[in-house]
Design a protein around this ligand. Structure first.
Ligand SMILES: Cc1cc2nc3c(=O)[nH]c(=O)nc-3n(C[C@H](O)[C@H](O)[C@H](O)COP(=O)(O)O)c2cc1C
Length: 187
């Protein structure tokens, strides 16, 4: 952003424009983001878990973000049990951090899933979902043959709140959208 936006409406519109752009543009810093989930039943963690994921689609009209995953992944079980999660995105280019509160649904069949699978099934990325072993399974020194059945699934994340922070030499700014009226807050 060359010119600083002055109103909350402008900022919110620009956030969604940028989210949509990031899902289309492989080099956009927001395309790779951190997904944090609740993991209260886990024995080896402090009740939270987080990992990098790739933002595949963003739709301002429905406020939905879409991520590809393996239906056997730990994060999937976590979100099925606790659908509230947070996506954290940062861009050095525009100096914006987003913390998106999201409610996640997992879809592993149906047209929404099969249409996305059709797009990637012939690409090298399809291998990510074809392993006969679930993500995180201990390997005993052997590389298993590729499985026949895809475990491809979608994480559909509906954004309920956005905490926006802009780092700028002229002064940092922060605003909150989505839970009540949009408002500026102390950075
Ligand atoms: C740059 C990068 C991008 C990744 N993108 C995804 C992704 O889009 N979906 C996904 O399920 N895992 C992705 N991963 C792998 C996850 O970070 C994680 O290691 C894996 O999904 C297992 O996580 P879980 O045990 O919490 O389910 C990515 C990893 C890296 C390093």
């Amino acid at each position: 952003m060359n010119q600083r936006l002055s109103t909350l409406n402008e900022v919110e519109a620009a956030i969604w424009e940028e989210l949509e752009r990031s899902a289309r543009d492989r080099s956009h810093p927001w395309r790779t983001c951190v997904l944090a989930t609740a993991a209260p039943d886990s024995h080896d963690q402090a009740g939270v878990d987080a990992r990098l994921v790739v933002l595949r689609e963003a739709d301002a009209a429905t406020r939905r973000l879409l991520i590809y995953t393996d239906s056997r992944a730990r994060k999937v079980a976590q979100m099925r049990a606790h659908p509230a999660a947070t996506l954290v995105l940062w861009s050095t280019t525009i100096g914006w951090q987003l913390r998106c509160s999201v409610r996640c649904e997992i879809e592993d069949n149906g047209l929404t899933v099969s249409s996305r699978w059709a797009r990637i099934k012939l690409s090298p990325g399809a291998q990510d979902y074809l392993s006969p072993l679930a993500p995180g399974t201990a390997l005993d020194g052997q590389t298993p043959a590729a499985g026949q059945r895809e475990n491809f699934a979608l994480i559909i994340a509906t954004v309920t709140r956005i905490d926006w922070m802009e780092l700028n030499a002229d002064g940092h700014r922060r605003a909150v959208f989505g839970d009540g009226p949009a408002r500026w807050v102390q950075p």
